[in-house]
Ligand binder design. Structure first.
Ligand code: NI
Length: 554
């Protein structure tokens, strides 16, 4: 049977370092898929021989989006190595920054990185403002900015783009593609929120910056605690933070969650036929304690067996490099780049061909999916009372089952549901912080004398961050970093194969996908974007045809 190869590179709208090669049969159905991280992240090497107290600031540079997550994970790994215990209020301040980042990240992902895979801008131009307002009422009783005049002004903005002969931020879409299923009115509702979310992005970033000093790349986390003491003790700063979160909650409740419901209902057929489902292995390390509960439960699911969730055990994590451009021990970060085939395609023919900069983390030898979907499934099945009602409500309103979330559109639904309960959790955290301050529990730093700490130590940090499970591992020798290693959420989800040939979650999710028009592989983008890929800092660059633009030696 004749097969055709489709290459998409770059995949992501902003972080263009991901490449997918899929083979489709004569009916356009994906028979094989390879996904490759195209840029090398050298931060681990830069961290070597540095003072462990600098680990956070340097590791934060792994990524321009997930800066706070890496910053915190690196500092936590150092604290673990030195057995430093964090004061309660410092923990809460770190959590408040992290939670605001979750909200920012999820909203940006849904609207600005992913929604245009489902929303056709050109179709929205045909929408009737009055019917649009009616449509929005189907998903919420008080939809966000739902007046006729507002929709008219959005339409005017859009048509001005078109009249000017350019779609501005909306250029480069597969507009008019037959796989776009929303009505003009549904398209207009989401576009309206897309524009609102641009403003939202600025405001929610301020919430991270209130305790972080700035964002991206906050400055206030130090080994042993946080430096934002004055912000914590200033009622105005706490009020500012709460004010931003309250406004964010309005947008999440009245725009984001309703839009996720709209998509889940409109793309019901895709959901029910399991489009974008990966292998059904899910991992969450849990975390973010509140009283005796945790926001996320830890757990491991194999093969969609939701009834038997195993506890997470960190010793079961391994990292393989058979098919990634490294050699030796996976911790050494020693590079073995083998380049592309002559025709510019990835080298994948043999079982030991290398094709990605992404290493292959495994849990108990298995490929895992991590992220909001994993957290929602595991926490819900473990009857986490902080989240249960949010999941129940969403499934009821969309007439879906938990299993349906393990799909492309379901992944987006899980992310929206998570954003909803994170808002509620933040209010609890702030009340707890205020209570601490009332009782003079205002320590924000665990005092230590660096010179008297162990010269040789090993530490690690496991954190759930917006895109999934993040772990940092550190080895300290003579009070310097001897070795540093990172497994980011996208490392789990975008993993290449291992020697055993088992596909990664991205690759598995693409299998069996029907592509309507192989010159416009919209379906591939949808599946991969639903994982919220984030590929990080790099020194190796290539152009769209796979040719080297230059090689950089560190
Ligand atoms: Ni990132």
């Amino acid at each position: 049977m004749s097969t055709q190869k489709i290459v998409i590179d770059p995949i992501t709208r902003i972080e263009g370092h991901l490449r997918a090669e899929v083979e489709v049969d004569a009916d356009g159905v994906v028979q094989e898929a390879y996904v490759s991280g195209q840029l090398f992240r050298g931060i681990e090497i830069i961290l070597k021989n540095r003072d462990p107290r600098d680990a956070g600031l340097l590791a934060g540079r792994i990524c321009g989006v997930c800066t706070n997550s890496h910053f915190r994970a690196a500092v936590t790994s150092v604290e673990d190595a030195y057995s430093l215990e964090l004061p309660n209020s410092a923990q809460i301040i770190r959590d408040l920054m992290a939670m605001a980042l979750f909200i920012q990240d999820h909203v940006v992902h849904f609207y600005h990185l992913h929604s245009l895979d489902f929303v056709d801008i050109t179709s929205a131009l045909n929408a009737d403002p009055k019917s649009t307002s009616k449509e929005a009422h189907k998903y919420h009783k008080k939809p966000f900015r739902n007046s006729h005049s507002h929709y008219e002004s959005v339409l005017e903005k859009l048509s001005n783009f078109v009249k000017a002969g350019k779609l501005g931020p909306f250029s480069n879409g597969y507009w008019g593609h037959s796989e776009y299923k929303l009505t003009p009115e549904q398209n207009l509702v989401i576009i309206s929120h897309y524009l609102e979310a641009l403003k939202f992005q600025t405001t929610i970033s301020k919430a991270v910056a209130i305790f972080g000093g700035k964002t991206p790349h906050p400055q206030s986390i130090v080994v042993g605690g946080v430096t934002s003491v004055a912000d914590m003790l200033n009622p105005q700063r706490l009020n500012d933070y709460l004010f931003i979160i309250k406004n964010a909650k309005e947008f999440i409740d009245r725009a984001y969650l309703p839009d996720a419901k709209l998509l889940s209902i409109a793309y019901r057929d895709d959901i029910k036929s399991g489009v974008g489902r990966a292998n059904g292995n899910f991992l969450s390390v849990g975390g973010y304690a509140f009283d005796d509960k945790e926001l996320f439960c830890n757990g491991v699911v194999y093969n969609h067996d939701f009834e038997n969730i195993a506890d997470f055990e960190e010793y079961k994590i391994t990292e393989e490099i058979d098919r990634a451009w490294y050699k030796g021990d996976s911790l050494d970060n020693e590079i073995e780049y083998t380049d592309f085939n002559e025709d510019g395609s990835l080298k994948t023919a043999k079982n030991d061909d290398k094709y990605s900069w992404i290493k292959a983390p495994r849990y108990a030898g298995k490929v895992m999916e991590t992220g909001p979907l994993a957290r929602v499934i595991i926490s819900y099945k473990k009857e986490n009372i902080l989240i249960k009602s949010f999941v129940d409500e969403f499934l009821k309103d969309t007439d879906l089952e938990l299993m349906d979330l393990s799909t492309t559109v379901g992944r987006d639904a899980a992310r929206a549901i998570e954003t909803g309960y994170i808002c509620e959790y933040i209010f609890k955290l702030v009340s707890r912080l205020i209570q601490n301050i009332k009782y003079y529990d205002t320590e924000t730093w665990a005092k230590y004398d660096f010179d008297s700490l162990k010269k040789r130590a090993k530490g690690r940090a496991f954190l759930e961050v917006p895109r999934g499970t993040l772990s940092h591992f550190i080895k300290i020798q003579d009070a310097k970093i001897e070795n540093f290693s990172v497994i980011a959420p996208t490392t789990w989800n975008a993993t290449p194969r291992n020697f055993d040939g088992v596909r990664g979650a991205y690759e598995e999710a693409l299998l069996g996908l029907k592509i309507e028009d192989t010159s416009k592989p919209l379906e591939v983008l949808r599946v991969l974007h639903s994982f919220d890929p984030c590929l990080a800092c790099a020194v190796h660059i290539i152009d769209a045809k796979g040719k080297n633009l230059g090689k950089y030696k560190i």
